[in-house]
Ligand binder design. Structure first.
Ligand code: UT7
Length: 331
C-alpha cells in the first residue's frame, strides 16, 4: 500500500506501560552461554522488562490505553474502535482488543487485533487514520502490545537476548491541535516466512507433545537474514522519503524507528545519509518489544519534552512477515 494524502487526523493522547520486572544482561549470563560484552555491542540492549506471571498482553494494553485516554481527555465510552497490534495475544480468540474493550468499559467500540509483527503499530495507525478520515469513526484507540517473553526460548542465546514486554497506546481523532497524518508507505514480503517464525501452535502444526518437545512453540529467528533485509528496506524508506513526500529529513524533528537492534538503525541511517541524532532510541532499557516499541518510544519522547505539538515525526518499522512501514505525521 502506498498513499499520500493530507488527512486532518492527529494523535490526541499517548500512553505506555512497562512491566516492573527487569531482566538484565547479567541475569541472562546466568541462563545461557552469553555475556554483556557480546550482547551490548551487537544489539545496544542492556535490559528489558518482563511481565509478571499473572499479567498478560491485554493487561499491559489496558494500562497503556488508560493513560492515553486520560492524556487525550477522551472517555472510553466515546471510542468508536479499538485495534490492538500484537503477535503475542492473550488467546487466538477472543481478540485481545475485545478484552481491552471490556476492561476499559468502551461499550461503543468495535474491537479487534491486527498482526503485522514489529510493523503492527504503523499498520494499525494507518488503518485508524483511514477510517477517521473517511468518517467511519471519530475516536480510535490504537495499541501496540506484546508479551514476547511468553514465546521466547530462554535456552536459545541467539534470540532470548533480544526481546522485552511492553505496551504503548495512541488515541486518534480529527485534528484539534494542528496535527496531521501526512504519509504512509506500508509493505509486505511473505515469500520467506521461516526467517522469523513461531512454527507450532497454529493450523500448520497444531500444539502437541512433539511440538512442545521440539520447542517449536517458541520464536525462531534467522538473525542475519532479518538483519540484512531490515537494513536494506529501512535505508530505502529513509532515502526515498523526500522525493515521495516533498518533506526533507531536515524538516523532520525526530525519527522513531522500531527498536530492533541499534546496529540495524545505525547502518540504515548511515547508508541513507541521515544524521543519527534524529533517531530516538530507548532500546538499551526496553529491548525489542515488537509492535509496542514505537508508541512506547514516542510516549517517552513526549514526556521528556523532546517532541512537541507541531513537530514532524517519522515512524519506521520492519519485522516478521516480512512487513515494513514508514509513516510521517505532524504531532
Ligand atoms: O525486530 C525484528 C526481529 N529482530 C531480529 O530478528 C533481529 C535481527 N538480527 C539481529 O539483531 C542479529 O542478527 C542478532 C543480534 C540476533 C545476532 O547477531 P549476529 O551478529 O547476526 O550473530 P550471529 O547469529 O551471526 O552469530 C555469530 C556468533 C555465532 O557463533 P559461531 O557459530 O560463529 O561460533 C553465535 O553462536 O555469535 C554467537 N552468538 C552468541 N554468542 C554469545 C549468537 N548469540 C550469542 C549470544 N551470546 N547471545
Amino acid at each position: 500500500m502506498h498513499t499520500q494524502q493530507r488527512l486532518a487526523v492527529e494523535i490526541a493522547g499517548l500512553g505506555s506501560y512497562l512491566p516492573e520486572r527487569i531482566l538484565t544482561n547479567s541475569d541472562l549470563e546466568k541462563m545461557v552461554d552469553t555475556s554483556d560484552e557480546w550482547i551490548f555491542p551487537r544489539t545496544g540492549i542492556r535490559e528489558r522488562h518482563l511481565l509478571a506471571d499473572d499479567e498478560a498482553t491485554s493487561d499491559m494494553a489496558t494500562a497503556a490505553a488508560r493513560t492515553a485516554l486520560e492524556s487525550a481527555g477522551t472517555a472510553a465510552a466515546d471510542l468508536d474502535a479499538i485495534v490492538v497490534a500484537t503477535c503475542t495475544p492473550d488467546y487466538f480468540f477472543p481478540a485481545t482488543g475485545c478484552l481491552v474493550q471490556a476492561a476499559l468499559g468502551a461499550e461503543n467500540a468495535m474491537s479487534f487485533d491486527l498482526e503485522a509483527a514489529c510493523s503492527g503499530f504503523v499498520f494499525a495507525l494507518t488503518w485508524a487514520a483511514g477510517v477517521i478520515a473517511s468518517r467511519l469513526a471519530h475516536n480510535v484507540l490504537v495499541i501496540g502490545a506484546e508479551a514476547l517473553s511468553r514465546f521466547t526460548d530462554y535456552t536459545d542465546r541467539r534470540s532470548c537476548i533480544l526481546f522485552g514486554d511492553a505496551a504503548g497506546a495512541a488515541v486518534l481523532r480529527p485534528a484539534q491541535n494542528g496535527g496531521e497524518f501526512i504519509y504512509a508507505e506500508l509493505g509486505s514480503d511473505g515469500s520467506r516466512p521461516n526467517v522469523l517464525i513461531t512454527p507450532a501452535g497454529g493450523a500448520r502444526a497444531p500444539a502437541s507433545h512433539d511440538t512442545v518437545e521440539r520447542r517449536d512453540h517458541y520464536m525462531k529467528i534467522q538473525g542475519r537474514e532479518v538483519f540484512k533485509a531490515a537494513v536494506n528496506k529501512l535505508t530505502e524508506l529513509l532515502a526515498t522519503l523526500p522525493e515521495r513526500t516533498g518533506v526533507s529529513l531536515d524538516e523532520v524533528k525526530m525519527v522513531i524507528p522500531h527498536q530492533s537492534n541499534v546496529r540495524i538503525i545505525n547502518s540504515a541511517f548511515q547508508r541513507a545519509g541521515v544524521d543519527l541524532s534524529k533517531a530516538y532510541m530507548n532500546i538499551d532499557r526496553v529491548g525489542n518489544t515488537s509492535s509496542a516499541s514505537i508508541p512506547v518510544a514516542m510516549t517517552e519522547a513526549v514526556e521528556r519534552g523532546a517532541l512537541e505539538r507541531g513537530d514532524l515525526v517519522l515512524f519506521l518499522a520492519f519485522g516478521g512477515g516480512l512487513t515494513w512501514g514508514s509513516v510521517l505525521i505532524r504531532y
